[in-house]
Ligand binder design. Sequence first.
Ligand SMILES: Nc1ncnc2c1ncn2[C@@H]1O[C@H](COP(=O)(O)OP(=O)(O)OP(=O)(O)O)[C@@H](O)[C@H]1O
Length: 249
Amino acid sequence: MKQLDIQGISKSFHQKVVLANINASIRPGEFVSFVGPSGCGKSTLLNIIANIESANDGEVLFGGKNIADQDVISFMPQQDLLLPWRTALQNIVLPLELNGVGKKERYKTGAEVLRQFGLDEYMHHYPSSLSGGMRQRISFLRTYLCNKPLMLLDEPFGKLDAFTKMEVHRWLLNSWEKGNQTIIMVTHDLDEAILLSDRVFVMSKQPSTIVHELSVNLPRPRKLNMLASSEMKMDKEELLRILSSYLTK
Ligand SMILES: Nc1ncnc2c1ncn2[C@@H]1O[C@H](COP(=O)(O)OP(=O)(O)OP(=O)(O)O)[C@@H](O)[C@H]1O
């Protein structure tokens, strides 16, 4: 059963073809990643799914209907877009506020997720006094608290050090495996793509299309120690082989 259907998406900027006929079907509750060379159009594809950019050709359907007509997406873009006049806590509770959740309840929820992320000490800090990695985690939590059926994440953890990234991966796996949210993530980190995803789509250089689809061999529930497993190694070798063959073309 498919939930999200990306059908024949093409996109050009100034007569230059960036995306050329992208097709992918994603099941409800699936976690998929897109990887590919820098500048191949991964963010552009997410922007089109989120209806921030329009495609020149093709359409994106959710449940068989145009996704642009439905309120089903939460989106974490590469730039954190935190509101500078709001503290970390006030930033992450914004989606709850927009959904009419009362002040006491939204601050309680916000404080709890900040605590789980080890950021409670910074809850009353403004974005300008936070590190890039902290801002990225706040931005992720704000997106997560939108609680929509489809979450789009554009390089969500690229600024985190290895240790913090592991903690966030553990948290995300745990919370996502309990729910039924569909996630599409763009990342440059192949270990991250394999550890978290059900499938990894590989995109080629421009004009970019999907050149490979890896069905990840790791069982669910995923654990961080699977990073050292033979299945992980096998999947990573497959991705590296495909990526390197397209990089030289
Ligand atoms: N609004 C725009 N106007 C003109 N060109 C654009 C615009 N947005 C993106 N591009 C171009 O489209 C191409 C794809 O950009 P995009 O940011 O989608 O790539 P990406 O794969 O996400 O890159 P990275 O991995 O480095 O983040 C690039 O050549 C970029 O310059």
